[in-house]
Design a protein around this ligand. Structure first.
Ligand code: ATP
Length: 515
């Protein structure tokens, strides 16, 4: 636990020191759960967006983009169910006065039991080595089975309480499990209450209920209300998708863990419209595509796992999360939801407008079913940063801090470094930069020793450094240093473009998604 907290602290410290993420309005001591992206953070964020947009929109002929407004007609949120049902069950500890999400407290308790199972498995592995059959052990070991049964019972009770809104049962479950406040250790809990997560404000100068509008809690509704506009104006045929990147706002009860859970955040969502009855096929398709998109980045296949939802959102008939191994453990990074025709039917009812699609292939009209992929951009940012940040021990006993950000996402692709400020070396370096910067984001740096400049480039994840020295003046060659291997090669200036492109281009990632 302590190691996890240290790791997150490292990431937060590094993010601030190098200009990735700052606390919002820091000179006023910041605003809780709100962050600003600095000069390098903005680049990394843009690169993640670009990877998502290219993979989802440009690589799919039947998916197009949209950029809808944050404000929407207030009836939208009644129709979508958010006014009535976008609630979290909250519970306060009377001694520490800390507020928690009741379901999160229970889930953390379940995680602890899971941790014990994993410990047993690790022990078995240590004892039996190569002969250890993990699957058999998990299916037969009495301790593991007892604990798995315990988890199942808790999950069933929680699901029943959440789905049927039995808030007293939720409290009873917390008491029965003897869950204590992580801060005070006390088990003195208030009743569980529902808390709506939408931020509201007022339109123009009118006040009162009639002028109340909401900051969108998800980008999806902007897509739903525009689906026929896009379908008709774009001549789209089902199945087709609409993708959008934009801000969303939620008044989260437990807003902590850095940019993992913020009150203002950004989503990358794609709604895929399909024929009724075909949604499960597409649900599986998008689960598969999205996990490939993630794994292509090379952060490690074991950093991801699927988690099927126990409590389905009010609109879904199937839902899974892609969880990522964050410094705080495995947590939701992306959701894939089969949203049925719930949203479009609701909008039909509330707006009085027909939202049916005429399918020429079957000569019939219907309200399409929707499969959604929804990923938090900020969580993706944290995933990339936390897995990439490493303290490496080098062969000579020294250490270096390196961020092995996937090259296609790195803020700068190349550092351009003249060995000295004299003898015309900066002029040559500038010329190289002028040529490379057309295609790659480059950083020019002539301060400090070359060793220090390499370390700085490593710390911000720059995949290549190009050093211009006196030999360059003689034979038009430079040294190119690789961030990951630290190998330095002498190459012709004329070859730089292709060497860099081979490593930093998004092409490889996009092709992997196609497989
Ligand atoms: P959680 O269970 O963690 O609250 P959720 O299931 O409510 O998340 P969704 O409504 O499925 O989340 O939203 C889709 C994605 O948006 C999530 O997978 C996550 O990456 C991102 N997201 C949701 N809430 C936040 C938040 N408060 N801060 C940052 N990202 C968020």
């Amino acid at each position: 636990m302590a190691a996890q907290e240290d790791k997150l602290k490292d990431v937060i410290g590094h993010a601030k020191e190098y200009g990735f993420v700052f606390p919002s309005s820091e000179i006023y001591d910041g605003l809780s759960a709100t962050y600003d992206y600095g000069q390098l953070g903005a680049e990394l964020k843009n690169n993640i967006k670009n990877y998502w947009w290219k993979a989802m929109v440009h690589m799919h002929e039947n998916i197009v983009g949209l950029d809808a407004a944050i404000f929407m007609h207030p009836e939208t949120w009644k129709a979508s169910g958010h006014v009535d049902a976008f609630n979290d069950p909250l519970i306060d500890n009377k001694d520490s006065k800390k507020r928690y999400r009741a379901d999160v407290l229970i889930e953390e308790h379940i995680e602890k039991i899971r941790g014990k199972i994993n410990k047993d498995v690790a022990k078995g592995l240590k004892r039996f080595g190569d002969d250890f059959n993990e699957e058999e052990f998990r299916n037969t070991n009495p301790n593991v089975l007892r604990r798995a049964g315990e988890i199942k019972k808790i999950e069933d009770r929680m699901q029943d309480a959440l789905v049927n809104e039995k808030l007293d049962d939720l409290k009873k479950l917390i008491e029965d499990l003897e869950i204590a406040c992580p801060l005070s250790g006390s088990k003195n809990w208030t009743d569980v209450k529902q808390f709506n997560l939408m931020f509201s404000t007022e339109l123009g100068s009118v006040s009162g209920e009639s002028a109340k509008i909401y900051l969108r809690p998800e980008t999806a509704q902007g897509i739903f209300v525009n689906y026929l506009n896009v379908q008709k104006s774009g001549g789209m045929k089902i199945p087709f998708g609409i993708a959008q990147i934009g801000k969303a706002f939620r008044n989260e009860i437990v807003a902590r863990q850095f940019i993992f859970r913020m009150r203002e955040f950004e989503q990358m969502e794609m709604q895929f419209f399909v024929r009724p009855g075909e949604e499960m096929k597409w649900y599986e398709h998008w689960k598969d595509f999205r996990i490939r998109w993630h794994k292509a980045l090379g952060l490690g296949d074991d950093a991801y796992r699927f988690h099927d939802h126990l409590k389905m959102a009010h609109y879904a008939n199937a839902a899974a999360d892609i969880e990522f191994d964050f410094p705080m453990g495995f947590k939701e990074l992306e959701g894939i939801h089969s949203r049925t025709d719930f949203d479009l039917k609701q909008h039909e009812q509330h707006s009085g407008k027909k939202l049916k699609y005429f399918d020429p292939e079957i000569n019939d009209s219907y309200v399409p079913y929707v499969v959604e992929t929804s990923i938090g951009l900020d969580r993706m940012f944290l995933a990339v940063m936390s897995k990439s940040l490493k303290n490496e021990k080098l062969e000579d006993g020294s250490e270096r801090v390196v961020m092995s950000i996937p090259p296609a996402l790195a803020p700068y692709k190349v550092g351009i470094l003249p060995l000295t400020k004299k003898d015309g070396l900066p002029d040559v370096a500038r010329k190289i930069m002028d040529d490379l910067k057309v295609d790659f984001n480059c950083q020019y740096n002539e301060k400090d020793t070359i060793g220090k400049r390499y370390r700085k480039a490593d710390a911000i994840g720059t995949p290549f450094c190009v050093t211009v020295d006196h030999q360059t003046l003689e034979d038009n060659t430079v040294t190119i240093r690789d961030r990951d291997t630290m190998a330095q090669d002498r190459v012709a200036i004329a070859d730089l473009h292709s060497i860099i492109d081979a490593k930093v281009s998004m092409r490889k990632l996009l092709k992997a998604g196609q497989a």
